[in-house]
Design a protein around this ligand. Structure first.
Ligand SMILES: [Zn+2]
Length: 213
């Protein structure tokens, strides 16, 4: 079931791997099927070279396994909480990517200091408090703090991104890591300079209305 969605979620996992946003078995992607509200998610503890579209797990919004022989990701409750409380979200991605996790370690938001960040994110990247993994606590913190952001950094943990599609959540994960990297590197040269908020709004609006084919 949901063969196309499984392929899409599988490809997103491989993109995370190719972009070096995940290592060993860490990180997970899920996507919600708009027709059935069923969710496709990575199985727990499976390394990326062993991952296949067929071993992804299909669950309902209450976490019941609908299809799959493997246990779903330990972050499943987080993903499902976000889907239940944010109907517009169709995909959730979690990584421990290096540079975004550096911001997690200090528990500080990422300010908008680059036009590329203003274009895509249109705002700073907020931080969620440290909460325990495994139940709904992370999901609750994401829903409480993410606002209109496509990404959030959980303090002492790492980033989560969301999107109206797998592609959007994936782009957010990749752009977030790149943004965090530049910000950290810029500190070698001096103090990063935030873009005024009025300018951020204009850049974001223009990007959404004019960029692309
Ligand atoms: Zn994690």
């Amino acid at each position: 079931m949901l063969e196309n969605l499984k392929k899409e979620v599988y490809r997103a996992h491989i993109k995370l791997w190719e972009n070096r946003l995940v290592m060993w078995t860490s990180g997970n992607v899920s996507a919600r099927d708009p027709k059935t509200d069923l969710v496709v998610i990575k199985p727990s503890g499976v390394s990326y070279d062993k991952l296949l579209p067929d071993n992804l797990v299909v669950v309902d919004l209450n976490g019941n396994i609908i299809e799959g022989n493997l246990k779903p990701s330990v972050d499943m409750a987080t993903h499902l909480y976000v889907y239940k409380h944010m109907p517009e979200v169709m995909s959730v991605i979690h990584t421990h990517s290096t540079y975004a996790s550096a911001f997690a370690a200090i528990g500080k938001p990422i300010p908008v200091c680059l036009t590329a960040m203003a274009d895509f994110f249109g705002r700073d990247i907020p931080v969620g408090e440290l909460v325990l993994i495994g139940e709904e606590e992370i999901g609750k913190e994401i829903v409480r703090k993410i606002g209109n952001s496509k990404a959030i950094i959980m303090k002492n943990h790492g980033p989560f991104t969301i999107g109206a599609s797998v592609n959007e959540a994936l782009q957010a994960a990749i752009f977030l890591e790149e943004t965090a990297k530049v910000l950290i590197m810029s500190r070698i040269l001096g103090e990063p300079q935030p873009i005024p908020e009025s300018m951020v709004k204009i850049l974001h609006k223009n990007y959404n209305e004019k960029y692309g084919q």
